[in-house]
Design a protein around this ligand. Structure first.
Ligand SMILES: C[S@@+](CC[C@H](N)C(=O)[O-])C[C@H]1O[C@@H](n2cnc3c(N)ncnc32)[C@H](O)[C@@H]1O
Length: 334
């Protein structure tokens, strides 16, 4: 008999997140839990290396500037140790690269679990290595939630999107990982994801649902964004609207595999770097002058500081909390 996610998992997810997203906290949760001690959500990138070349991803441009890095287990422990009593709502073990390429990932999951670092430990993966020792390792060591970014139901689309072939092999890997999860009675949730945009037909979306609805724990359909104008895709329609402040700046940070700390998971070009874990604590960065200046700029309606925010569309998904943030002076004053 299989397992899969616990009731507690669903409770946290439903209470905290805007429906259908794993990035956007509900405004009511932000209002209750926001604090200057520590962010509510962290993305930690195990590596910015990748085994795919997705055409809608900005990673290839990023590594030309930043090089390839793997986060060490020492750096990871250092970050987790700083969480202390400020348990995160979600710890995401991904950013721009493919996390399963870091062989220390199972150990990272174990450490984060032991330290009770987050209500939900989650990662996105392209799934190519899901059936490897690292993939099985994270399931065995109790990761709560895995999103597999399949993003296609036809081989042609898969090749076009990912720059490599092998959809059938990937699908079989995912099924094997689910079987393994069931066999060891792990609670890990395994979700599959596709993006809805003008290059994915209705027929492909329907086939994706048909393939996965009774197999995976959840089928997630997300929109597409343009990495702040860096990639040439037509963003999902409802993401175009009147600009307001980005709530993510008040609840999350994203730690790159080289230790540089950025604003969020969209900060692919490091223009939103506000600190470095090798020289500062997360608390110092969270309350640092750089981040406060960026929050102040947003409250004044300045959208191009830093550059990565200028054409970003992710801000729309939480909702307009401008008036609430204006009253939280500690987040913007020295
Ligand atoms: C950058 S990837 C890194 C993690 C991992 N390599 C993966 O493929 O899931 C994180 C997520 O971003 C998604 N993604 C990439 N480009 C995107 C875009 N332009 N808009 C929305 N999501 C995107 C991927 O499909 C994936 O689910």
């Amino acid at each position: 008999m299989g397992r899969g996610p616990s009731d507690r998992y669903f409770q946290v997810l439903n209470e905290c997140y805007v429906d259908g997203t794993l990035t956007c906290l509900k405004p009511s949760v932000i209002e209750q839990r926001i604090n200057t001690k520590f962010p509510l959500v962290l993305n930690i990138e195990p590596t910015n290396d990748c085994n795919a070349k997705c055409y809608y991803c900005a990673r290839e441009m990023m590594i030309k500037e930043q090089g390839i890095h793997y986060l060490s287990i020492m750096d990871f422990r250092n970050i987790i140790d700083q969480i202390g009593n400020n348990k995160l709502i979600m710890l995401n073990l991904h950013k721009n690269g493919e996390p399963l390429l870091n062989k220390n990932l199972p150990e990272m999951v174990t450490y984060a679990k032991e330290k009770n670092a987050a209500d939900i430990i989650h990662l996105n993966t392209n799934g190519i290595l899901l059936n490897s020792s690292v993939g099985k390792g994270i399931i065995k060591h109790g990761i709560d939630d895995i999103t597999v970014s399949i993003d296609a139901a036809f081989e042609d689309t898969y090749v076009k999107f990912k720059g490599l072939s092998g959809l059938e092999k990937l699908e079989s890997n995912i099924i094997k990982a689910i079987e393994y999860r069931n066999k060891i009675r792990s609670l890990t949730k395994i979700r599959v994801k596709i993006m809805e945009f003008d290059e994915v037909s209705k027929e492909e979306l329907n086939l994706f649902h048909k393939k996965w609805t009774d197999v995976a724990d959840e089928v997630q359909v997300t929109g597409i964004h343009n990495w702040s104008g860096a990639v040439g895709v037509k963003v999902t329609d409802e993401q175009v609207g009147k600009r307001y402040v980005c709530a993510l700046l008040w609840y999350m940070l994203a730690i790159n595999s080289n230790g540089k700390v950025g604003l969020c998971s969209v900060d692919w070009n490091y223009s939103g770097v506000v600190g470095d874990i090798h020289t500062q604590t997360i608390h110092e960065i969270w309350n640092g002058i750089l981040l406060k200046k960026i929050r102040q700029a947003q409250l004044k309606g300045i959208w191009d500081y830093p550059k990565v925010c200028e054409k970003c569309v992710v801000w729309v998904s939480v909702g307009n909390m401008t008036e609430f943030f204006k009253r939280r002076r500690a987040f913007i004053s020295k």
